[in-house]
Design a protein around this ligand. Sequence first.
Ligand SMILES: [Zn+2]
Length: 230
Amino acid sequence: MKKIEGMTERDLLAIKGKELDKEEIFLWFNVSRAGWVHDGDIKKPHAELFGLCSNGYFDCQRILCYPNLSQILAQQLVQKLEDRNIRKIGWVVSSASINSIRFAFAVATILKAVHIPIVEIETKDREALWRTIPSRAKVLQIEDMIITGLKVQKIRQLINVKNQNEVEFLPLVGALVHRPKKLEEEPAKKVVGLIEREIWEVRSEECLLCAAGSKRCNPKTQWLELIGIG
Ligand SMILES: [Zn+2]
């Protein structure tokens, strides 16, 4: 993380005006211990989380805890969405996890839009706020990480059922990390991600890397070993 932490305000401002490619952003994740993907070499270790094997690991909170990085990444996503003709957005919604809130708020700030985290269990105060998205408002959904698209569907269903007015969801959803099994299949094609990687998870008995003798490492406790310098 030293490389990023050591950046001056001027360095960061210079980045803000420049479009970063996916590899540069992935490098930020990698040096922050926030993202790793297996490179295909069967001799190298692979990730083990919750008992399953995987070719990748992402933890957005290790990036989003830095407000300046969140702001730069949000700017990068806004640029990508504008390139896909997603403009004039009045409302941004997200799920209510802390990481989605952080990232969606940063995006909404740049868009000068309202941000509403959608909570599944409502208190009276929250209910009053998020059921009032006006009709004909263009609503953009932003999440920190999208895997299967189920989270996106769930948020939309909640809004459709509980909002006072019918709303217009924009056709694309924005994410900091988009890590589906297949990028070329629906609903993955509707997601614009700053990082986009195909990530699989399988049981050890079905894992080709385990079968080839690759070691399993927990990214939280064996990070250096996982990335090959431990
Ligand atoms: Zn395995």
